[in-house]
Design a protein around this ligand. Structure first.
Ligand code: ADP
Ligand code: MG
Length: 561
């Protein structure tokens, strides 16, 4: 007959007991008298077997007496049976002690009357010290009032809820608490089962982490992790696609490898905000690819924080918006061109009307005078009258010629064809100074423009003309300087006024203003650029036209006069 000893820690010890020990309590009282020397008739091998069994029985009894064993598992004809040695309650206590979940009983107001070892282990506190403590003291202040409500609810029904219990070392253990009412000595008490959720939460966190990692991996946006000293610590495939570096090349490098030189000071400012725990919302900027090309990106930066809220790095999400930006720019340029075309057509119409008016009012009048004068001449009898009339008619005709010449010059600056850009600008400037009373410091730097294609000369002339007109119309400037510089590859003109300045960026997107737009268009047609730098103290316009060698005329080439 096999017997097992069951210890109060719930473990069952195997052992061999004589049949009588396994008998009910009343029978066990008879156990002691049977212990003694074997009868002298027994054979020696049987004797040693009996002795061994006796020793086992003695050991078991000693354990029972010393309280090491609370109950016995007895295998008999009726199968395995647990026999409690200290009354019926003990069996339940053993069960509770053996549970893998925490268990406790509480008074109605939350004082711990009993708790099992698992519960004590869970919150790293000695089991005996927990008895008498209020369960409310085992949660943080933030959860205390919720726990009170929970205890009150438990007086009516079985309740379950998640809490964080405070360990002795002040760390928190996430648990599920289940409270149930049961009748006690004074009214009723509460039983509480505590399930540790640490592993479940850890798994949840791990699952979430894996999901997030999958999102980062499959994102088309570049998602880059950085340490607080602005080194790259993580690099997703999106980043590789956009910036061209492999993770091996990028990780460990300073983030500045992605910054175009003119934006080098952008990161310190961003990192400063991140260190303060602030986000940088999406904004448009430029970044440098591995191959050296600069791309337009939309960038957002957020601090990376630990569970304790300490900022340990930053994550940056960037999207390549070069195509989108280019498309938007093309669309804007197209709209602008359309507008310009419409303007040109209207301007043409207006110009024709003006010419018609001027021809009619000025030259027409003068020629009419000539016609009338000629008729008077026909009727004159006296030679002196004819002479006087002839004189007057010559003057009127000269005046008419002047008028027509002025009209023609306005339509097309022939001086450009005849004498080139330098002379044309000089003449325009001297008339401009007289008309607007603005001093112009023109520095042609003795440049020779003879070899420039007429398209470049005409383009630059018109740009200078528009810039000067704007100075006169809008700036209130007293002086303007115009400086021409020429290198082997480009011709540059800087037009600087000391006027009121303006918001060049705002004007650039305005569709109503066409002067600046047409300056840009003209420069673009020459393959060049116009840059506007404007502050309150004035405006600087920089025009740059590239000079391709093959396009330059031979200086000796005759002008088409
Ligand atoms: N040199 C300048 N100084 C101050 N403001 C200027 C200057 N050039 C241009 N502007 C501003 O830019 C605007 C746009 O100029 P522009 O495109 O030539 O249109 P418009 O001359 O028909 O107003 C002007 O209305 C003016 O406010
Ligand atoms: Mg203008």
């Amino acid at each position: 007959m096999a017997n097992k000893r069951t210890r109060s820690d719930g473990r069952v010890l195997p052992g061999r007991l004589p049949g009588k020990v396994a008998a009910p309590r009343s029978a066990r009282r008879n156990l002691r008298p049977s212990l003694g020397e074997p009868p002298p008739s027994t054979r020696p091998d049987q004797q040693s077997k009996i002795l061994a069994r006796l020793r086992a029985a003695e050991e078991t009894l000693r354990a029972i007496q010393s309280g090491e064993v609370d109950a016995l598992m007895v295998s008999g004809r009726r199968g395995d049976q647990v026999v409690s040695l200290k009354g019926g309650e003990l069996a339940y206590r053993m069960l509770v002690e053996a549970m893998s979940e925490g268990a406790a009983t509480l008074s109605r107001n939350g004082v711990l009357l009993y708790c099992n070892r698992r519960f004590a282990e869970l919150i790293c506190r000695p089991q005996e010290k927990l008895i008498g403590m209020a369960v409310q003291s085992l949660v943080t202040k933030t959860e205390r009032s919720r726990l009170e409500v929970f205890l009150a609810d438990a007086q009516k029904a079985v309740v379950k809820s998640e809490f964080n219990l405070l360990r002795r070392d002040k760390r928190l253990v996430p648990v599920n608490l289940s409270l149930n009412r049961f009748p006690g000595r004074k009214g009723y008490a509460l039983s509480m089962v505590i399930t540790d959720l640490t592993e479940q939460k850890r798994r949840h966190v791990e699952d979430t982490r894996l999901q997030l990692a999958a999102i980062v991996e499959s994102s088309q946006d570049a998602i880059i992790g950085k340490s607080l000293d602005a080194k790259i610590v993580s690099w997703n495939p999106g980043a590789e696609e956009i910036y061209g570096y492999t993770p091996e090349e990028a990780i460990g490098q300073p983030i500045s490898i992605l910054l175009p030189p003119e934006r080098a000071d952008e990161w310190p400012a961003i990192m400063e905000r991140v260190r303060r725990g602030q986000k940088v919302e999406h904004y448009e900027t430029k970044r440098l690819r591995k191959d050296g090309t600069v791309i337009d990106v939309s960038l957002a930066v957020s601090p990376i924080k630990t569970a304790e809220g300490e900022t340990v790095g930053a994550s940056a999400v960037s999207r390549d918006i070069t195509d989108r930006k280019q498309a938007a720019e093309i669309k804007q340029a197209q709209a602008m061109r359309q507008l310009l075309l419409e303007r040109v057509l209207t301007a043409q119409e207006e110009e024709r009307r003006r010419i018609a008016r001027e021809l009619h009012d000025e030259s027409g009048q003068l020629l009419t005078s000539v016609l009338v004068g000629l008729r008077t001449l026909e009727d004159s009898r006296k030679l002196s009258d004819v002479k006087a009339q002839g004189n007057r008619l010559r003057e009127i005709t000269a005046q008419a010629l002047d008028e027509i010449g002025r009209l023609a010059r306005g339509l097309h600056p022939t001086v450009l064809d005849d004498h080139g850009l330098g002379v044309a600008v000089s003449r325009y400037v001297s008339e401009y100074t007289k008309t607007h009373n603005i001093a112009v410091d023109l520095k042609l730097n003795e440049l020779n423009f003879d070899d420039l294609p007429s398209a470049i000369q005409m383009g630059l002339y018109r740009i200078v003309q528009e810039a000067l007109t704007n100075v006169a119309r809008h700036s209130g400037a007293k002086t303007v300087s115009i400086k021409f510089t020429r290198s082997a590859t480009a011709l540059e003109v800087a037009i600087i006024d000391d006027g009121c300045g303006f918001d060049a960026k705002a004007v650039a997107v305005s569709s109503h203003r066409l002067g600046i737009q047409s300056m840009k268009e003209r420069a673009a047609m020459l393959g060049g650029t116009v840059t506007f730098l404007s502050r309150r103290r004035g405006t600087k316009i920089l025009v740059r036209a590239p000079l391709a060698k093959q396009e330059l005329k031979h200086p000796a080439e005759p002008r088409n006069t």
